[in-house]
Design a protein around this ligand. Structure first.
Ligand code: PNW
Length: 494
């Protein structure tokens, strides 16, 4: 087991090393060149919705600084940049037809792609990372089935503009967040507290995913098409207690299988329906599923993107010091699971990030192995870890340098966990650090820093952290170096 060793670990030839961001979190320029409000712009203005009242108006100003940021990626030896396109920049009024396109918005992504290619960096494009036009929300947003068709039209606008240079397309990022957390829990934009809307939004996003895969496949058969999901690893506190096992089953069902089953098996998990009925939501999901939808949703894909931060240990029983990793916002919210009332997350005493997210690298090995065995392996779908990372309250030294050994160790441990999965025969082909830059961390605003590159939000100065220098070397060597320091004898210099 590599994760139990401190040795250097070599990755397979061709393993892809990247870093990720999302449009709303880094671009800023929220009013430039015809962009209009997305739901995140309007949500950020709701009192109490985002810590500190932070908005995305400026963020990392990547819209104006993308050349510098691409140079930074180059200096870190990155093979790929995973970024998202802002729907609100491209179709600001959510209007249909060619007249709805904001060409200046499209042009920005064209320039970004050119800059990446000129630097030999693969553009890994995500079409939807949560910032749909506020105008679309006025007609019900994703709770309205029409959103799936509007999403397809927007996707085709971007495909037409970029397909001569872009070969990797991710439809959605983490639909669990943009449905359950956004329409159900009220934690993310548009901040709704409706489980029926959350279930409808999830289904319509997956329908939009399938429609886009079908259309892009026709136009670009050789493209790498996929979706990125966020996963948890839900363990029962006591595996011999049927109640605890039921708690874990529900969380696994309502975060993981509710997406992987329709996507790769062509059906919703059977156990979801009785749980929903018991929670007073009987017939709600059924009412939005039309004939043929599951066939569209399960259109074959090439890649499943895996976002992993941590798992959780759950029970119906009360344990002292439950884990709560959500932003302490001054707003009414509810659980992001429509049918898991009473399920509690136990604090198992693992080390945590400064966001109270547990650090659990072995969960990633188990997750990748399970996905490969149950879903992707038999269908020849490749796995890429499209996000993994951690928030720490960095303390720069007098010169501004951040010696973030905590973040570096987090990456080291998770990359070793991936190597364990590779050694077990799992088809993992690449890894993206979340995130390239400190950025707008949604409901946490700018209070949480995920970057391997630090950003001074006053001056916009970027400073590569110790973790960034380390990661750049990993990308260059295609290997994680031997661990030094307290865990092992100092490694021999070669
Ligand atoms: C993901 N949760 O978000 C996103 O894809 C990124 O945009 C984000 O910055 C990153 O992870 C770190 O948070 C999540 O509450 C946000 O379970 C919240 C949750 C999960 C993922």
């Amino acid at each position: 087991m590599n994760s139990n060793t401190t040795d250097r670990v070599q990755f397979p030839d061709g393993f892809l090393w990247g870093a990720a961001t999302a449009a709303f979190q880094v671009e800023g320029a929220s009013r430039s060149d015809g962009r209009k409000d997305s739901v995140w712009d309007t949500f950020a203005r709701v009192p109490g919705a985002v810590l500190g009242g932070d908005t995305g108006e400026i963020a990392c100003d990547q819209y104006n600084r993308y050349r510098d940021d691409v140079a930074l990626m180059k200096s870190l030896n990155l093979d790929a940049y995973r970024f998202s396109i802002s729907w609100a920049r491209v179709r600001p009024d959510a209007a249909k037809g060619p007249a709805g396109v904001n060409q200046l918005g499209v042009d920005y992504y064209s320039r970004l792609v050119d800059e990446l290619l000129a630097n030999d960096i693969l553009p890994w494009v995500t079409l939807f990372h949560w910032d749909h036009p506020a105008a679309l929300e006025e007609t019900g947003g994703w709770a309205n089935r029409d959103a799936a068709y509007r999403f397809t039209e927007y996707a085709l606008t971007m495909h037409e503009a970029l397909a001569d240079r872009v070969s990797v397309w991710t439809t959605l990022n983490e639909p669990w967040c943009s449905s359950f957390l956004s329409y159900g829990a009220g934690v993310h934009a548009p901040g709704k507290l409706s489980y029926p809307d959350a279930l409808a939004a999830a289904h319509h996003q997956m329908l939009g995913h399938g429609l886009v895969v079908q259309e892009l496949r026709k136009r670009q058969p050789e493209a790498n098409l996929g979706i990125t999901l966020n996963f948890t690893v839900a363990d029962p506190v006591d595996p011999s207690d049927p109640q605890d096992v039921d708690a874990a089953r529900r969380i696994d069902c309502q975060m993981n299988r509710v997406f992987t089953d329709p996507l790769l098996l062509g059906e919703y998990p059977r156990d979801l329906f009785p749980d929903l009925a018991e929670a007073g939501l009987g017939g709600v999901l059924e009412s939005v599923i039309e004939d043929g939808d599951l066939g569209i949703i399960s259109t074959p894909i090439d890649t499943l993107g895996v976002n992993y931060y941590h798992g959780e240990e759950v029970s119906y029983r009360e344990y002292p010091g439950a884990v709560d990793g959500s932003a302490p916002v001054a707003r009414t919210t509810q659980a992001p699971y429509p049918a898991a009332e009473g399920v509690k997350v136990r604090n198992r005493g693992l080390p945590m990030t400064d966001q109270n997210w547990e650090i659990q690298p072995e969960g990633l090995t188990r997750l990748l192995t399970r996905l490969h065995n149950d879903y992707t392996g038999p269908r020849n779908v490749a796995l890429y870890v499209t996000e993994n990372g951690c928030a720490f309250d960095d303390v720069p030294d007098a010169s501004g340098y951040v010696d973030d050994q905590n973040r570096l160790s987090f990456y080291d441990a998770h990359l070793r966990a991936i190597k364990d999965a590779l050694d077990a025969g799992v088809d993992v082909r690449g890894y993206f650090a979340w995130s390239l830059l400190d950025n707008y961390e949604w409901a946490w605003g700018y209070s949480k820093r995920f970057g391997i590159v630090g950003v001074d939000f006053e001056t916009q100065q970027r400073t590569v952290k110790a973790s960034g220098h380390w990661y750049g070397q990993v990308a260059k060597d295609n290997a994680v170096p031997a661990l030094r320091g307290t865990l092992a004898e100092p490694a021999m210099e070669m």
